[in-house]
Design a protein. Structure first.
Length: 398
């Protein structure tokens, strides 16, 4: 739901009734991951997508029905030889979809509105909803904020909401979307217990950072690519004549400072990517010495193989360990045969996406690697067991 928060926040502020279908579990080669959503308002207007097209019509109808009867429902869509092109996923995957009506008179309307407002405004918040459990609990919602405070409720004992808020906050701190299982008393439990609940959490966090060091032509192209991928992009260079807003109008920030000094003083986290394009030892070595000791997602450095060998020798002299040096991606980017700044930026972006998503970077043609990597293999989502594949549509008891 939060992936289309901007439009839904506008609908909510206009007082519209709407229903939201959210992917809450996937298996196999599903086209979109947990958290993907499609919403339909009372006029039949639709926004978003849960499958890239193959089951949109069926999900649309479920939203319309939920708006009419006010009841949430969970449905499974998967591959079926009989009706693959009717309502099935022809890619062979399985998706579970939770359809929740958000009518003006809905008991959780205020909670959903607050979550949408936070996400649309770029704030951090987690929306936890019951996706499986006792009758009457399906769709119940809890909004959890970064400080651990929460509003709403899952309809159980007080300990349930406290426990759910703690679990959701942990996912929010990691910027993850996922699920957990909890007993009505608030204790952790395994999936499928008769009195347990499965809670799905969507996290909304500010965009991850991309910091580009070196105000060069390649940096200008990488800024544009980084913005396209959804990063908050900063350009940093010690030379004021090159690090200007005129040269990098699309950057969120342009900083004039020594790269290593700026990196030591700025905020980074486990989603941050650092791209070092200066290929000048007096900038690179102190910068990379700092960067490779930070818990960031990606560190890449531009330069020829000879430059890399010299840089590697200098970095070893600073005392970096083999494990720290192994984190450096240098020469930066994938081998695409890139020549121009734009092609080089694409090469770097491709390596960042592969590193973030667990991809191999090899061509899909003729390969035996999965097209869509299971989110749980990289700790960013929930996956339906492969044994759950079956009929195209399957209702879940709620």
């Amino acid at each position: 739901m939060l992936d289309i928060a901007g439009e839904l926040d506008r609908w909510a502020r206009q007082g519209r009734d709407f229903a939201v279908a959210t992917v809450v579990a996937v298996g196999g080669s599903a086209p979109r991951g947990p958290g993907a959503a499609l919403a339909v308002d009372g006029h039949g207007t639709a926004v978003g997508s849960v499958s890239g097209g193959c089951v949109e019509a069926a999900v649309y109808d479920l939203c319309v029905q939920a708006l009419q009867d006010g009841e949430p429902v969970r449905e499974r869509f998967g591959y079926s030889d009989e009706d693959a092109f009717a309502v099935g996923l022809t890619c062979g995957g399985v998706v579970d979809v939770l359809v929740t009506p958000v009518r003006v008179d809905a008991p959780d309307r205020a909670v959903v509105e607050a979550a949408l407002a936070a996400a649309a405004g770029g704030g951090a918040a987690a929306l936890a909803r019951v996706v499986a459990g006792p009758v009457g609990r399906l769709g119940r919602a809890l909004l959890v904020r970064p400080d651990g405070s929460y509003e709403g409720g899952l309809g159980g004992l007080p300990g349930l909401d406290r426990a759910a808020a703690a679990e959701a906050r942990a996912l929010l701190d990691a910027g993850r979307t996922g699920e957990f299982h909890v007993a009505q008393t608030g204790e952790r439990c395994g999936a499928g217990g008769p009195d347990g609940l499965t809670v799905f959490v969507e996290s909304s966090v500010p965009p991850p950072r991309m910091i580009v060091f070196g105000a060069v032509d390649f940096a200008a192209a990488l800024v544009r690519t980084g913005k396209f991928l959804g990063y908050h992009v900063t350009v940093c260079d010690a030379r004021p004549v090159f690090a200007t807003r005129e040269r990098f109008p699309e950057a969120d920030e342009v900083v004039v400072d020594w790269p290593h000094r700026y990196l030591r003083g700025t905020g980074t986290d486990g989603r941050t990517v650092l791209c070092v394009l200066t290929h000048d030892a007096k900038f690179d070595v102190p910068l990379l010495e700092t960067a490779l000791r930070l818990p960031v997602a990606y560190v890449g450095a531009m330069g020829s193989r000879r430059t890399h060998e010299d840089r590697d020798r200098r970095l070893r002299e600073t005392g970096l360990s083999e494990r720290e040096l192994a984190r450096l991606r240098s020469p930066i980017g994938l081998d695409l045969g890139a020549r121009t700044p734009e092609e080089t930026a694409l090469s770097i972006a491709a390596e960042i996406v592969a590193a973030r998503g667990g991809g191999t970077g090899v061509p899909l043609t003729g390969a035996h690697t999965p097209i869509h990597h299971d989110p749980d293999e990289r700790g960013t989502g929930v996956v339906l067991p492969h044994a759950a594949k079956g009929n195209s549509r399957q209702s879940f008891a709620s």
